[in-house]
Design a protein around this ligand. Structure first.
Ligand code: SF4
Length: 411
């Protein structure tokens, strides 16, 4: 011994990937050759671990680079969850409460407009509105909200009302879904959230929502919206009673819808937040996805959907900042919205905060060696490059004005 440490040869990338199992390697090679990934292949990728998982992430990142480049986009948006009164009783939801609950609230139309005006003055280009199905408000509330905001802010983009809310308005007003959607669009609704999709599988939905909005109804409402020119997001809520076979089938269904309508603006995986939900308390669900399940969800979504739905968003509210960065390294390209006043995940136990300032988003994006870019809801670039983050001073988490205490009006 001459006292020198033995040199350890570092494996090359090729050597690292030589450890990939043959089945995973074959699927990843097909993905790199830009061939279509089938649901059973996606199901196999959802089982990836170790080197297989690292290779999956690398291939998803490579496809992301080819499909959308190195920008990571975000949108300045305020969430307005205008009421949390809801009697639907979805097992996975901790947001909806009966009217008598001390935490129940309903904003008046004036309150909602005031919040939208504040958002516009803060530089937001979008308001995102969703609420509980509050029987006191009636079905006309959806039109009144859109009309009132547009009257004050004709240029703001209103992204609002899940397919569940659209179905509810249709049922209580006795008007077809298409009529509801056309009326909303004529008043200035810009797009709808593709939430309430959860897992588009009857067996899973029976446990989650007692099938109150069936998978077929979700598809019907979304495709109708797309057909009349209202785009939507695409979502999946994973990590509860679901399994990889459901995820693969769900992604495949979204891909088929997109090929038919072209109406999805982006794909947004939403991990289940379990803490305060009945679904978890009753022992039916696991406690949300693991970190690796979230990484795989984003990576496989890139492989399956990237050529049809190029934008893949991380939900930082569900993932937190660190996991969001990891998923943005595994196929995702969008940081989502600043989401001032997000309440739905927070009520379910999410502790990741309800506001991510643009300077902090830019700092996290620059930290990854990527290019921050502010976008509109429909992915037009407002500004490319850092505009808010100043490396000479610590990133602030300056809160916006706290929202006023909710009051009950709208009787
Ligand atoms: S998910 Fe929506 S419809 Fe279901 S209980 Fe929660 S607020 Fe109500």
């Amino acid at each position: 011994m001459n006292g020198e440490l033995p040199t350890i040869g570092m494996p090359s990338l090729e050597q690292l990937f030589r450890g990939v199992t043959p089945e995973v390697g074959r699927i990843l090679e097909r993905a790199l050759a830009e061939e279509e990934i089938q649901p059973e292949e996606a199901e196999c990728l959802f089982q990836a671990q170790g080197v297989d998982l690292l290779a999956l992430m690398a291939v998803a990142d490579e496809l992301r680079r080819r499909q959308v480049g190195d920008r990571i986009t975000f949108v300045k948006v305020r969430n307005i969850n205008f009421t949390n009164v809801c009697y639907t009783g979805c097992q996975f939801c901790a947001f909806g409460l009966p009217r008598q609950d001390p935490e129940a609230y309903t904003f008046s139309i004036q309150e909602v407009v005031a919040q939208a005006v504040e958002a516009w003055e803060w530089g937001c280009t979008e308001v995102c509105m969703q609420g509980g199905l509050n029987p006191q408000l009636g079905g006309e509330i959806y039109f009144q909200l859109v009309a009132a905001i547009k009257e004050r802010l004709p240029e703001i983009h209103i992204h609002a009302f899940s397919p569940f809310e659209i179905q509810y308005a249709s049922q209580i007003l006795g008007q077809p879904v298409e009529t509801i959607l056309r009326r909303l669009k004529d008043l200035g609704l810009g797009s709808i959230p593709g939430t309430a999709a959860e897992i588009l599988d009857t067996e899973v939905r029976r446990i989650l929502t007692k099938n109150k909005l069936s998978a077929e109804a979700w598809v019907e409402i979304i495709t109708t919206a797309h057909r009349i020119g209202l785009p939507s997001t695409a979502t999946i809520m994973y990590g509860h009673v679901d399994e990889p076979r459901h995820w693969a089938a769900h992604l495949d269904l979204l891909r088929r819808i997109q090929r038919e309508t072209g109406g999805f603006t982006e794909m947004v995986p939403l991990g289940f937040i379990h803490e305060k939900t009945q679904l978890y308390a009753s022992g039916q669900a696991r406690p949300g996805p693991t970190g690796m399940e979230s990484v795989k969800m984003h990576a496989v979504a890139r492989l399956m959907l990237g050529w049809d739905i190029p934008n893949l968003q991380v939900s930082w509210v569900k993932l937190g900042r660190a996991m969001s960065q990891l998923c943005l390294q595994a196929g995702a390209n969008d940081f989502g919205g600043t989401l001032i006043n997000e309440r739905i995940s927070r009520m379910a136990g999410a502790t990741t905060g309800q506001y991510l300032p643009p300077e902090e988003m830019e700092r996290l994006i620059l930290d990854m060696g990527r290019i921050p870019a502010e976008r509109t809801t429909l992915y037009q670039i407002v500004h490319e490059g850092p505009r808010h983050y100043d490396p000479s001073r610590p990133a602030t988490m300056r809160p916006f004005e706290p929202v006023r205490q909710p009051i009950t009006l709208n009787s």
